[in-house]
Design a protein around this ligand. Structure first.
Ligand code: ADP
Length: 589
């Protein structure tokens, strides 16, 4: 009975059924030849005893028997090599397919998945667990096939020599099977716990590297090291019992085999003495017992990797069964194939939104005409980011509550929708590639001129010209470190190059000073003329020029209007304005 967790592997194995068939043939040939070894020895000894009895010379026959043994050994060696080559090769191929599919699957999952899953955990599954699965597909299958075929063949020969002796030899079999089951279950459970801890260690390490700056700033290197050591110790604590268990498995199996050999020698020896079994048959029988040593020991190894593999496959499966929360539904009928693009009118209609039952937005009603600009202000946590995230469907609002050009966003294919929205999140992320590649990220065929004009529009061109290799300069881990403001502007250039109908800036200029933000936005305004722009900002000075300003407070739009209208109302916006005016005045003093 194969465990359920291995089911996802079947299609992969099916793909290589040809190789498996050839591999199996090699297993049969390899063992079929190897099984002849005791038969040759049996004949040789038979002839030898005959010749001793009849005082005949046997040199020539002995040489031919020796040659025959050599042929058997060589033939076996060749097929052993082929078996290994083919079956282990297939496991590498399946590992390759599985890894690709695993990655493709991870790419298909929604952003929210990555918010609730630790990167280190995913990495552990993609590396360590995948390897355990490969071991199952390769060596485990190969060695168990060998063991099964050889044992079956040997059994047939042993039965033909003496059914009674065979019975003695296989007397410990029930104990072997109980032992295997016991060890198998134990290994599986322990390995699950070990892998869990390995994920924990990986996640901890990964977070430590990503958070290197915070850890240094708070001088937490020692506590972090201690924390890691504790986790690492737990990992070892979980691993050592498995080592002990495995340490016991082999001697147990060997002891049982030894016990069988003792039985055979003792009970079989008596049969020989009583003349019921010939000496050569007895020798051949014992040779089979010796030949069975390795397959039986391999069995211990197979149990180990089989149990590890199934535990790991279950862990990989946990990710494979995840479905993207946001995907094209049946209603997504407007695609880039049948629509030219979007106009850019955005509407939130009676929008309520909650994260896992925690309400964040309440009854939001807003209409942003195509080509106009909306600024959103409001205190931290009032739901600004959430609101704009609903436009490109990073999160999904209730059907019909977010509309573009009068149609619910779900009616657009994600591809069309997102291609038309330039979204610049609060936290910018740049890849460890060149500046150019980072800007042209969403437009693989962008020309140099397009990259440059996007950089100019985002007011980053001048900075880039000053970099050592200009647009070819590598950024991030492999290259230069950009300032927060430079990163943000690069991210803006990345959004602009796709020429989107809708541009969303989520506080995307927080790292530049007010004056520069003003300058950049003025520039952007020219570039984005005729396009819909939504921007979130804390600074009144930058939002005042927007066609419309919405003030969000605890998830509700509490004020809406132009700068002049809102100042007139003398509410939250006026407060904010006065405060910032005061701050500016103080700064000038
Ligand atoms: P703002 O952008 O105005 O600072 P946000 O939209 O980021 O506000 O957050 C609004 C509220 O939603 C906050 O209380 C925040 O804790 C919560 N929130 C934001 N993102 C998530 C999330 N992914 N899961 C659960 N709650 C979230």
């Amino acid at each position: 009975m194969l465990p359920k967790s291995l089911r996802p592997l079947f299609p992969y194995m099916k793909k290589y059924r040809g190789s498996f068939a050839v591999g199996t043939l090699c297993v049969f040939l390899n063992n079929g030849i190897w099984i002849l070894f005791p038969q040759v020895v049996r004949r040789a000894i038979g002839d030898l005893t005959d010749s001793i009895a009849h005082h005949r010379a046997l040199t020539h026959q002995l040489i031919s028997y020796a040659m025959l043994l050599l042929v058997v050994a060589c033939g076996r060696g060749i097929f052993q090599f082929l078996t290994r080559w083919i079956l282990i090769g297939v496991s590498r191929e399946i590992e390759f397919d599985l890894r690709n599919d695993f990655f493709r699957h991870l790419e298909s999952l929604s952003y929210s998945y990555y918010q609730r899953t630790r990167t280190g955990d995913i990495m552990a599954r993609a590396t360590n667990d995948l390897n355990a699965v490969r071991m199952l597909l390769g060596p485990a299958i190969m060695y168990s096939a060998n063991t099964v075929v050889f044992t079956a063949g040997a059994l047939a020969f042993m039965l033909s020599i003496s059914p009674r002796l065979t019975l003695y030899a296989f007397l410990p079999l029930p104990i072997v099977s109980i032992t295997i089951q016991y060890f198998g279950k134990q290994i599986h459970e322990r390995f699950e716990k070990i892998q869990e801890m390995f994920s924990e260690i990986s996640a901890r390490a990964q977070e430590n590297f990503s958070g290197a700056r915070v850890i240094r700033a708070y001088v937490q290197e020692d506590p972090e090291t201690a924390g890691f050591e504790a986790a690492n110790r737990e990992y070892i604590a979980r691993s050592l019992p498995l080592v002990r268990l495995m340490g016991m498995l082999w001697p147990s199996l060997e002891a049982m085999l030894g016990f069988a050999i003792v039985l055979v020698l003792w009970l079989g020896g008596r049969e020989v003495l009583q003349g019921r079994i010939k000496v050569e048959d007895f020798v051949a029988f014992n040779l089979y017992m010796v030949q069975l040593t390795f397959p039986i020991i391999a069995l211990g190894w197979v149990i180990n990797i089989f149990q590890r593999g199934t535990a790991s496959m279950a862990r990989i499966n946990e990710i494979l069964v995840e479905r993207p929360e946001i995907a094209d539904g049946v209603e997504a009928t407007i695609t880039s194939a049948n629509a030219a693009g979007l106009e850019g009118e955005i509407e939130f209609r009676n929008l309520n939104f909650a994260y896992n039952g925690k309400p964040v937005l309440h009854d939001v009603n807003l209409r942003i005409p195509a080509g106009s600009s909306l600024a959103i202000v409001g205190p931290t946590g009032s739901g600004k980011t959430t609101l704009v995230s609903l436009i490109p469907r990073i999160y999904d609002a209730a059907p019909g509550s977010v509309l573009i050009d009068g149609r619910p966003v779900r009616e657009y294919s994600l591809e069309l929708l997102r291609a038309n929205i330039g979204f610049i999140p609060q936290e910018t992320f740049l890849f460890s590639e060149s500046v150019r590649e980072n800007i042209a990220f969403g437009k693989a065929d962008a020309s140099d001129a397009e990259v440059r004009s996007a950089a100019e529009a985002a007011s980053i061109a001048e900075d880039i010209e000053g970099f050592p290799e200009k647009y070819r300069t590598l950024v991030g881990e492999r290259g230069i470190t950009l300032s927060g403001g430079q990163k943000q502007r690069t991210a803006i250039a990345r959004a602009i190059i796709r020429n989107p109908r809708i541009l969303v800036l989520d506080d995307a200029l927080s790292s530049v000073d007010t004056h520069t933000e003003d300058k950049i936005l003025n520039h952007l305004r020219e570039v984005m003329q005729g396009r819909t722009t939504i921007f979130i900002s804390h600074r009144v000075s930058t939002v005042r020029n927007a066609d419309m300003i919405a003030v969000l407070h605890t998830g509700r739009v509490v004020e809406l209007g132009t700068h002049a209208e809102l100042i007139e109302r003398n509410g939250y916006y006026t407060d904010l304005y006065n405060k910032q005016l005061l701050e500016e005045e103080l700064a000038e003093v």
